[in-house]
Design a protein around this ligand. Structure first.
Ligand code: ADP
Ligand code: MG
Length: 381
C-alpha cells in the first residue's frame, strides 16, 4: 500500500514529533516507497535523484528499529564524502532529537583518530562513515560492526566512482550475512549493478525518476555565449535576477580557479571547492558558506556532490556538464525543500550538441535567455 502521510506509517511518537517540529507532513516519493519496505526488514535498491529526501527514507526506518537497550552499533551508513557524512549526522540527530539516549557518530577521514575513538567509546547506535576511515577504526579494533542490523550505502554510484569498491567489499564481509542492506544511488552504473548482483539478491527495487515535478520550481535558462562573454553575463545576471545565494559549477579544477578569480574581480565574495583543497579548508569553506560569510561557491561536480545548503537560490553552469545526470545534480542544489530556484547554463558553440543531449535525456523545461534582447517564450525540449 502506498502511504500519503507520515501519520499512516505507524511511526513512533518521538519521530512524529521531530517531523512535526521540522514542518514535514508529507513523505516524498522515495520516502513513501522505501520506508514501508525498510520497516518490513526488506533490502532495498533505490534509484533517486538528488534532493528527493533519501536521508529520511533510510533514517526513519533505522530510528524506528533501534534497540535503545543495546549498546552496540546497529546501523552503519556509508557515504562517499566527509561533508555528506556530517550532513547525514546532522539530519539524523534532528530526526532523533526526542529519542532518549540516541547517539550518532560520524567517522570521517581528515579528522583526528583519537577524537573519533572517544566518540566510539560512548557506544553510538548509529555510525555514519566514509569507508576508508571506518576500516581504519575496524583494524584498530575501535569499532565492532559485526552485529549491525542495517547497512546503508548512500550515493552508491559516487562511492564506487571514488574507488571505494574494495572497502565496501571488506565491509560487506565483516558485517552479518543476513543484515538488511539499503542502497541509494542517483544512477545505476555498471559498478552499482555489480554490487546489487553480488550482495543484494532478492532486494526490492524502487525508482524515483528525475522528472520535472521533482524539481517544480527551478526556472532554467540557457544562454548561448562564447567563453570570453561568460563573466560579463554572470555579472549582469547577478544584478538583474536577484541572485543571493549562489553555486557556480565548472567541469575542471582549473576552470573553477579561473572562474572564482573572475567573480572576485567583479567585486563579489566567492570561494571554491575542488579536489585539491584539503579537508580542513573544505570544512571551513562549507561552514562559512552556510553561515553566509560569502555567497558564491564555485565547485566541480565531484567536490559539490552531496552538499545540501538549503537556501541556494541560483545555480550557474559556467560549462555544460560532461554527464547528463550531472545537469540534474547541479540544478538540484537550488529549489530545495520546496523553495523556488533558478539555474543559468552557459553554452558555447562547441557544447551545444552536448546541451541538446542533456535536454533530450532529462526532459527538463528550459528557456533561452539573451541578455541583450528580450526573453524568448518558454520552449519545451
Ligand atoms: P537527497 O539525499 O535525496 O539529496 P535529502 O535527504 O538531503 O535529499 O533531502 C533534501 C532536502 O529535503 C533536505 O533539506 C531535507 O530536510 C528536505 N526533506 C526531506 N524530506 C522531506 C519531507 N518529507 N518534506 C519536506 N522536506 C523534506
Ligand atoms: Mg542524500
Amino acid at each position: 500500500m502506498e502511504y500519503t502521510s507520515f501519520e499512516q506509517m505507524d511511526l513512533s511518537e518521538e519521530v512524529m514529533r521531530a517531523l512535526d517540529k521540522m514542518g514535514m507532513k508529507t513523505p516524498t516519493s522515495v520516502q513513501k516507497q522505501a520506508i514501508p519496505l525498510l520497516m518490513d526488514n526488506r533490502c532495498v535498491i533505490a534509484k533517486a535523484p538528488t534532493g528527493t529526501g533519501k536521508t529520511f527514507a533510510f533514517g526513519i526506518p533505522i530510528l524506528e528499529y533501534l534497540n535503545m537497550d543495546a549498546d552496540f552499533v546497529q546501523a552503519l551508513i556509508l557515504c562517499p564524502t566527509r561533508e555528506l557524512a556530517l550532513q547525514i549526522c546532522t539530519e539524523l540527530r534532528a530526526l532523533g532529537a526526542f529519542i532518549k539516549g540516541l547517539k550518532i557518530c560520524g567517522i570521517i577521514g581528515g579528522q583526528k583518530m583519537d577524537k573519533q575513538v572517544q566518540m566510539l567509546r560512548k557506544k553510538p547506535q548509529i555510525v555514519v562513515a566514509t569507508p576508508g576511515r571506518l576500516l581504519d577504526h575496524v583494524q584498530h579494533r575501535n569499532i565492532d560492526i559485526s552485529d549491525i542490523y542495517t547497512l546503508v550505502l548512500d550515493e552508491a554510484d559516487k562511492m564506487l566512482d571514488m574507488g571505494f569498491i574494495k572497502d565496501i567489499r571488506k565491509i560487506m564481509k565483516i558485517t552479518p550475512q543476513d543484515k538488511q542492506i539499503a542502497m541509494f544511488s542517483a544512477t545505476m552504473s555498471r559498478e552499482v549493478m555489480n554490487i546489487t548482483w553480488e550482495y543484494m539478491d532478492g532486494a526490492d527495487e524502487i525508482e524515483v525518476a528525475p522528472k520535472a515535478e521533482d524539481m517544480p520550481k527551478i526556472s532554467q535558462y540557457i544562454l548561448h555565449l562564447e567563453e570570453r562573454e561568460k563573466m560579463d553575463a554572470f555579472g549582469k545576471i547577478m544584478e538583474r535576477y536577484n541572485c543571493n545565494r549562489v553555486m557556480a559549477f565548472c567541469n575542471t579544477k582549473t576552470r573553477v580557479r579561473v572562474v572564482t578569480e573572475g567573480i572576485k574581480r567583479l567585486g563579489y565574495k566567492a570561494e571554491c571547492l575542488h579536489g585539491d583543497i584539503g579537508q580542513g579548508a573544505r570544512n571551513r569553506i562549507m561552514d562559512d558558506f552556510r553561515r553566509g560569510k560569502f555567497d558564491i561557491l564555485v565547485a566541480t561536480d565531484v567536490a559539490a556532490r552531496g552538499i545540501d545548503v538549503s537556501d541556494i537560490d541560483t545555480v550557474f553552469n559556467f560549462e555544460v556538464p560532461n554527464e547528463n545526470e550531472y545537469y540534474l545534480h547541479r540544478i538540484g542544489r537550488t529549489g530545495r525543500a520546496g523553495r523556488a530556484g533558478q539555474a543559468f547554463t552557459f553554452v558555447n558553440y562547441s557544447q551545444s550538441l552536448r546541451m541538446d543531449d542533456i535536454l533530450h535525456y532529462t526532459k527538463v523545461q528550459t528557456q533561452e535567455l539573451d541578455l541583450n534582447g528580450t526573453e524568448e517564450a518558454a520552449e519545451e525540449s
